[in-house]
Design a protein around this ligand. Structure first.
Ligand code: SF4
Length: 59
C-alpha cells in the first residue's frame, strides 16, 4: 500500500497527521506530506484517507 497526498487539494487541517503520525507530517507550506509511505502500522492509512475532509489522500 502506497499513500499519496494531493497538495493542491490539501487544506492543512492536520487530521491525517493526528491519525497516522508515522506516515504524515505537515510541511513548511502547511500542507500534509508523506514522511514515510510504508510506515503505517495501524490502519493502512485508510482512516486518514477516509477522514480527510477534501479527499486529498489516495491509496
Ligand atoms: S487530512 Fe487531508 S486536508 Fe487534512 S492535512 Fe491531511 S491531507 Fe491535508
Amino acid at each position: 500500500m502506497v499513500v499519496k497526498v494531493d497538495a493542491e487539494k490539501c487544506i492543512g487541517c492536520g487530521l491525517c497527521v493526528s491519525i497516522c503520525p508515522d506516515v504524515f507530517e505537515l510541511g513548511d507550506d502547511g500542507k500534509a506530506c508523506i514522511k514515510n509511505p510504508r510506515n503505517c502500522s495501524k490502519c493502512d492509512c485508510k482512516g486518514a484517507a477516509e477522514g480527510c475532509p477534501v479527499q486529498a489522500i489516495s491509496l
